[in-house]
Design a binder for this molecule. Structure first.
Ligand code: PMP
Length: 361
């Protein structure tokens, strides 16, 4: 097989060990003689996977006991609607931080349900940095504050969060969950599509504080109601069994690789390697975003000469570097270095970048 370095933004690379285990167990899940693709979601085997996967996430993130872990469908995009449906109740307002494309999608959905104020925005900087959290005013009447911890398209990331006191803080962590240490008790609800750091697409993880679910309106559809899912331990309807099973393997892989702290250290090293290659290129490569908002997950950069940039993409593809083209809305170049991307793969990329610069710089 040809060596491939997968820098896709999501769906994204999975560790080889995890893929081999999926392959190994596909026809016979743990001695059952059945495949994970055909077992009942009410079977003991799946019950165990469901419970164990929740527990693994609780252990890895030190989730306090007054939180529930849910496995839902519909992607993070469904969360854009589900959050306001559940919490932006009649007569209330929610505050959203506007940091780029994904936060704007969340804002647009929330506006369909109620009043939304913009608690902070980096629009003036064309979203090349995250909004300044120290300037966010916290109105105790606000139903919740929403932010996007990592903007996958332009590659910006909050380096820290704010204490919102009694106002619930709700965060879209789709593209950086489990990539770094967080204190879950700072948040009332965290959601993340799995397809970057947690597994394949098809399952969305939600970590929600129990007391936030106390006043959910009864007239919303059950499938959109967090409490219904929590009460049925994510078995309200047929869950995405295969995707949850892969999340289970991914979480074990993270645990076996030293847990979140070790993964975070490795992620820093990977990001430092690529950013330093950009910064040491004497302007041949240019980072797209402000230094203080640089994402540890999605590194975006450009080459000033458009023709040479196109050639970079072409040569990268020829050399097995997959997914280096920037998002269609941002253009230029983007490499996504989620948890499963290794330091060695980043090194191969920077070797290629340095060699390319030597030839075209
Ligand atoms: N939020 C962020 C930060 C994302 O990166 C994405 C997908 N790239 C989404 C939301 C939407 O996720 P989904 O495709 O699972 O609906």
């Amino acid at each position: 097989m040809k060596q491939v370095y997968n820098f896709n933004a999501g769906l994204a690379t999975l560790p080889l060990e995890v893929m081999l285990q999926i392959q190994d167990e596909l026809l016979d899940l743990q001695g059952t003689n059945l495949s994970i693709l055909e077992i009942s979601h009410r079977s003991k085997e799946y019950e165990n996977i469901n419970e164990e996967t929740q527990q693994l996430l609780k252990d890895l993130l030190n989730i306090p006991s007054d939180y529930e872990v849910l496995f839902l469908q519909g992607g993070a995009s469904m969360q854009f609607a589900m959050v306001p449906m559940n919490f932006l109740t009649e007569g209330r307002k929610a505050s959203y931080l506007q940091s780029g494309t994904w936060s704007e999608k969340a804002i647009a959905e929330a506006r369909k349900f109620g009043k939304v104020t913009i608690g902070g925005s980096s629009g003036h900087a064309h979203f090349k940095k995250v909004p300044d959290l120290s300037r966010v005013k916290i109105d105790p009447e606000t139903a919740y504050i929403h932010l996007t911890s990592n903007e996958t398209i332009l590659g910006t990331q909050y380096q820290s969060f704010i204490d919102t006191g009694k106002v619930p803080l709700i965060v879209d962590m789709s593209s950086d969950i489990l990539s770094r240490h967080i204190d879950v008790s700072n948040f009332s609800l965290i959601y993340a599509g799995a397809q970057k750091n947690l597994g394949p697409s098809g399952v969305t993880t939600v970590i929600v504080k129990r007391d936030l679910m106390e006043n959910i309106p009864k007239n919303i559809p059950d499938i959109m109601n967090y409490r219904i899912h929590a009460n049925s331990r994510s078995l309200y309807h047929t869950p995405p069994v295969f995707a949850v099973y892969i999340v289970n393997l991914m979480l074990k892989w993270i645990r076996n690789n030293g847990g979140v702290k070790a993964i975070e250290k490795r992620n820093h090293q990977k990001a430092d390697l690529i950013y330093s290659t950009i910064d040491n290129s004497a302007g041949f490569y240019n980072g797209l975003v402000h230094l203080e908002s640089r994402s540890m997950m999605n590194v975006t950069f450009s080459i000033l000469n458009n023709k040479i940039e196109k050639l970079f993409i072409q040569e990268a593809e020829e050399n097995g570097f997959v997914g280096v083209r920037g998002h269609r809305d941002a253009g230029h170049l983007r490499v996504s270095i989620y948890n499963a991307v290794t330091y060695e793969q980043c090194q191969a990329l920077t070797d290629f970048m340095i060699d390319f610069q030597k030839r075209f710089g």
